[in-house]
Unconditional design. Structure first.
Length: 236
């Protein structure tokens, strides 16, 4: 009998455990880094104590940044009301509803993914975790100095990568964006494992039983006949 192989509750628990770890890492990093940067920006001097400030460095492009790895990797405060690279800012309802719908579809795929599909599951967890992290900002975050015309909160971005050779900044991003990007790459270019792996153990068990019966000169369909079948009923 063939059909969909369902994963155990323990497997589902582990999948959603790592999903929540990822979402927690994204939300937690935003909650820690963004206020730390705001306390050092003149825009928020009325909110934070003055001694909490100095010293973000203003780069030639006018951005206030805190160095992590030289000028290549820095922390920079940015609020993004759109999708990647700021797209779709003019249609926030479409953007947020799209994220919510995508999250629902990804949850269903994560639950239905069969055993033996580790890379596929990893990709789903990464993309779904990133989607939920940014959706959390849209639905719950209220910035200290935001746009009053927007119906949803912005996504908090703070990782800035600068390529000095080209004098170019990659668009600021966060942990959720990184997870989505890595997950998409794994989904597209990673090993394409199949659900058949989850059925192999069951198939081996069935084939082993059949081999044992055949070695005894009995095939599965003829098991009843080999035992003499049903006793004959006496005729009247």
């Amino acid at each position: 009998m063939t059909g969909e192989v369902r994963v155990s509750r323990q497997t589902l628990f582990l999948r959603f455990f790592w999903l929540f770890v990822l979402v927690g890492a994204d939300i937690g990093s935003k909650a820690a880094v963004m206020p730390w940067l705001e306390a050092r920006m003149p825009n928020f001097e009325s909110v934070y104590e003055p001694e909490a400030r100095p010293a973000l460095v203003r780069c030639p492009h006018g951005h206030l940044r805190h160095s992590v790895v030289g000028e290549s990797v820095t922390l920079m405060h940015n609020l993004n009301y759109g999708a990647a690279f700021g797209f779709l800012q003019s249609i926030p309802w479409v953007l947020v509803l799209g994220r919510a719908l995508a999250a629902g579809v990804l949850v269903a795929l994560l639950i239905r993914a069969g055993p033996g599909r580790a890379w596929h599951v990893l990709a789903l967890i990464l993309v779904l975790g990133g989607c939920l992290g940014n959706l959390w900002d849209n639905l719950t975050y209220v910035p200290l100095a935001g746009r009053e015309d927007m119906p949803f909160g912005p996504v908090r971005d703070f990782i800035d990568v600068y390529f000095s050779y080209w004098d170019w900044h990659f668009p600021t991003f966060n942990v959720a964006d990184s997870a989505i990007s890595v997950g998409a790459l794994v989904l597209i270019f990673g090993p394409h494992d199949s659900e058949s792996g989850g059925r192999e153990d069951d198939a081996r068990g069935r084939s082993g039983d059949e081999a044992t019966e055949e070695s005894n000169g009995v095939s599965a369909p003829d098991a009843g006949a080999a035992g003499g079948g049903l006793p004959e009923q006496p005729s009247d």
